[in-house]
Design a protein around this ligand. Structure first.
Ligand SMILES: [Fe+2]
Ligand SMILES: [Fe+2]
Length: 164
């Protein structure tokens, strides 16, 4: 299996898109809740790996993409807030399907931007060897990456910002 960072991250994207499709196709409360758990876990790990490893490398190697990295990081933040809310909801919460639909839209657009707009630029700028080294780092870090979106105080900070 390739350890190219972009190949690994694209495989994650494909898996999460598969989970989103499966969620939409399911109607049972328990199955949907289990899929929502899987989606939250997959996104939490993936965003962590990008935020910790890939995006800083891109900032250093491709300064032209600095604003794209800022945007991507903000999109991760929106997804993380939605994931934290979804994680805290009961399985039969009537708002859950709509929350999942918004998460699906945000993440699908984000993935499209990564893969179409700037992964090709990153590949050109970094080359195979560096992308393989980054990929090996991603694989190692995946073992200890957080799987739950509840970073200390996330929802409280959002609530504080809204009431300020
Ligand atoms: Fe991302
Ligand atoms: Fe990604």
């Amino acid at each position: 299996m390739s350890t190219d960072a972009l190949v690994l991250l694209k495989a994650d994207h494909k898996e999460v898109q598969r989970l989103f499709r499966q969620y939409r196709a399911e109607t049972g409360t328990a199955t949907r809740a289990a899929l929502a758990d899987e989606i939250v876990r997959a996104l939490t790990v993936h965003s962590y790996l990008e935020d910790e490893v890939l995006y800083p490398k891109i900032r250093a190697a491709v300064p032209d993409l600095a604003f794209e990295m800022d945007l991507a990081h903000q999109e991760h933040h929106v997804a993380e807030v939605l994931c934290a809310e979804i994680d805290a909801m009961s399985d039969d919460d009537p708002e859950l399907p709509a929350k999942m639909a918004v998460l699906t839209d945000v993440v699908t657009r984000h993935i499209h931007t990564e893969e179409q707009d700037w992964f090709p630029k990153v590949r050109d700028a970094m080359g195979r060897k560096e992308l393989q080294q980054i990929g090996e780092h991603l694989l190692a870090l995946r073992q200890t990456a957080p799987t739950s979106p509840h970073r200390p105080g996330l929802i409280q900070r959002v609530a504080d910002a809204m009431s300020a």
